[in-house]
Design a protein around this ligand. Structure first.
Ligand SMILES: Nc1ncnc2c1ncn2[C@@H]1O[C@H](COP(=O)(O)OP(=O)(O)OP(=O)(O)O)[C@@H](O)[C@H]1O
Length: 240
């Protein structure tokens, strides 16, 4: 009988701990985390403030390095990578979306996205990335001429324009009202399905967990549960 080979995780953590030194005290932000994340998964990360969610995301995206343990992107060990190798990993393979959109105010939506497509290897055309988030009509507008939700969609277009293997979102709807937040979640769900990008979303909003393939809960720097949903709820079904 032929055995089906195990899929290789896109991102893998083994025994990862992170200790921050704050003056005289050590703050343990992550404790002995083991985690495998696979292509195409939509993962929601929940946990109280200070539980280590952002620290976990930063480690996975090569923005920070663990105190102990190892992190792999496919076969590449990020924990032994040089600063320039980490920069290349981030530039080529990771899209980041943060709560505040970090757009360049003096550039139009199209120019903000083009900053990425000009340096990426096989980018989506900036106009296509904007069309995918429903902003084709607004591409010549400046951030100040766009609503919060539209600015976040530009930030998402910028993140996906490099066709990343991994999309990491830290509270992407944290600054948005209910309806706008839902529009942004719909964009993330659609992109995850269409591009098969491994997507991790940190949120304080427990209702968002229903739209995920997988829900990871952190408490005091540890994974206290890692569960698969039987089905992914549509964004229109979410209520909070
Ligand atoms: N640069 C740092 N220096 C010192 N301590 C830090 C640093 N970054 C994070 N911490 C601490 O590490 C712990 C985990 O922080 P982290 O930001 O990962 O939590 P979080 O779950 O994302 O919280 P929130 O939901 O409030 O954003 C907290 O106790 C925090 O104060």
């Amino acid at each position: 009988m032929n055995e089906v080979p195990e899929p290789q995780p896109v991102l893998r953590m083994r025994g990862v701990s992170k200790v921050y030194r704050a003056g005289e005290v050590d703050v343990v932000a992550l404790r002995d985390i083991d985690l495998d994340c696979f292509a195409g998964e939509f993962i929601v990360i929940l946990g109280a403030s200070g539980s280590g969610k952002s620290t976990l995301l930063h480690m996975l995206g090569g923005l920070d390095t663990p105190t102990t343990g190892s992190i792999f992107y496919l076969d590449h060990n990020l924990t032994t990578a040089s600063e320039s190798e980490l920069t290349r990993f981030r530039r080529e393979h990771v899209g980041f979306v943060f709560q505040f959109y970090n757009l360049v105010p003096s550039l139009t939506a199209l120019e903000n996205v083009s900053l990425v497509t000009d340096v990426a290897e096989k980018p989506l055309p900036a106009t296509e990335a904007l069309a995918r988030v429903g902003l084709h009509e607004r591409m010549h507008h400046f951030p100040a001429q766009l609503s919060g939700g539209e600015q976040q969609r530009v930030a998402i277009a910028r993140a996906i324009a490099k066709r990343p293997d991994v999309l990491l979102c830290d509270e992407p709807t944290g600054a948005l009202d209910y309806a706008t937040g839902k529009t942004v979640l719909q964009v993330l769900a659609d992109l995850n399905r269409e591009l098969n990008t491994l997507t991790l979303v940190i949120t304080h909003n427990v209702a968002v967990a229903a739209m995920a393939d997988r829900v990871i809960r952190l408490s005091s720097g540890q994974i206290v549960s890692d569960q698969r949903n039987a089905r992914r709820a549509g964004v229109e079904e979410l209520v909070w």
